[in-house]
Design a binder for this molecule. Sequence first.
Ligand code: PLP
Length: 400
Amino acid sequence: MQAAKRLEQIGAYLFADLDRKQAELTAKGVDVISLSVGDPDLPTPAHIVDAMMEGASDARTHRYPPYGGTKEFRQAAAAWFARRFGVTLNPDTEVLALIGSKEGLAHLPWAILNPGDVSLIPDPGYPVYRSSTILAEGVPYAFPLTQERGFLPDFRQIPSAVLQNAKLLFLNYPNNPTAATAPVEFFAEAVVFAKQWNLLLVHDNAYSEIGFDGYRAPSVLEIDGAKDVAIEFHSLSKTFCMTGWRIGFAAGNAEAIKALATIKTNIDSGVFRAIQQAGIAGLTGPTHPLAERLRVFQDRRDRVLATLRRIGWEVPAVKATLYVWVPVPGGASAAEFASQVLDRTGVLITPGTGYGKQGEGYVRLSLTVADNRLDEAMQRLEKAFGPARIPSVTHGSPTS
Ligand code: PLP
C-alpha cells in the first residue's frame, strides 16, 4: 500500500518528536506533566450531561439526524448569537451544525476553492487552515502575526498578485496560539479588505467565551455588512468544556453556509441528536457553570504568568484563550527550548514552530491541566530556570 501524495504535503504529525521524547521519559519513570494540549480538564456542566442522558435514552434520537442540525439546535444557536453579540441570524439559512468547529473548518476549503486558489492563513495559526487548504488543492499563503503588531496582520503587506488569486481569508481571535485578541475595529478593517478583494472572510471564534478580567470577545458578524463576506465558526468545546462531545456551528453568509452544507451532506451525516440536545442545554441554560470555569482558568493564568515573570521570562498579556505564548529566552530555537524544558523538568510544552514558521522563538503553554499538576509544573520550571532557587529550604523567594 502506498498512501496518497497529498499526505506528504501536509507532513508528519507536528508533535511526533515531543511525543516520542515524552514516551521515552515516561518509560524511564519520569513524571511528565503535559502543558501541550488545549483540552479542558474540567467536566462538562451537569445540566448539559443530563440533557444528553435524557436524549440518549429517547429512541427517536437513534436515527440519522438532519444533515445541517436540528431546527431546535439551529434556533438555540441563533438565539444565543442574538443575546451574546446582538446579531440576528436566520436559523434556516445562516446557521449550520458541525461535528466540532474543526470539522467545518477542514471542509470549508473543499466548498470554496478551485485547484490553485489561494487561502490566506495566519502564521502562527491553527494548523487546520493550512492542511485543509492543501487537501482541497488550494495554495496556502501565510501572513505573519508579529508581537510588535499585537499579533494582528498587516493586510497591506500581502502582495496584490497573491490577493488576485485568493478566495479565503482565515482569522482567529481570541487567537490560538498567541492568545492575542482583536478589537472590533480590526474586524471592520478585515470586512472592508475582504470586500475589496472578493474574499470569503473565515473567522474562527472557537475561544469567544474564554475571556478574562471581564473581557468579552466580539464577533465579526457585528460589523455592518459582514454577512456579505463572512462566515464565523463557533465551538461548544471550550465554552462548555465539551471537547470530547464534538459539536459546534458555523454562522453567517448564507451562500457559504449552503456550500459547506452541500459538502457535508456528501461526507458526514450530522451530529447525534442527543448531543445537539446537550448543546441546546448549554446555549440556553444557566451561565454560572461557565463563569465558574472561567474563574479557574483565570486563576491558573495568573499563577502561570506570576511564575514565568518571576523566572524572568517576558510574557505578553493574556486576556483570553487557554494558552500562554512565551518568547523563548536566551536565543535557543523553539524546539531546542521545549526539549530542554522537558529534559530538565519533565514539563511538556509546545514549540511555536508547530503553528508555522513565525512561531519560531516562542513556546505555548496551556492552562488545561488540574490545579495541583499546574502548580507542580510551575514549581519545577521555577526551580530549574528561576534566577534564585524556589524557597525550597533556606532561601526566600526573591519576589515574595
Ligand atoms: N479553532 C481553534 C483555533 C482551535 O484551537 C480549536 C481546537 O483546539 C478548534 C478550532 C477546534 O475546536 P473543536 O473542533 O473542538 O470545536
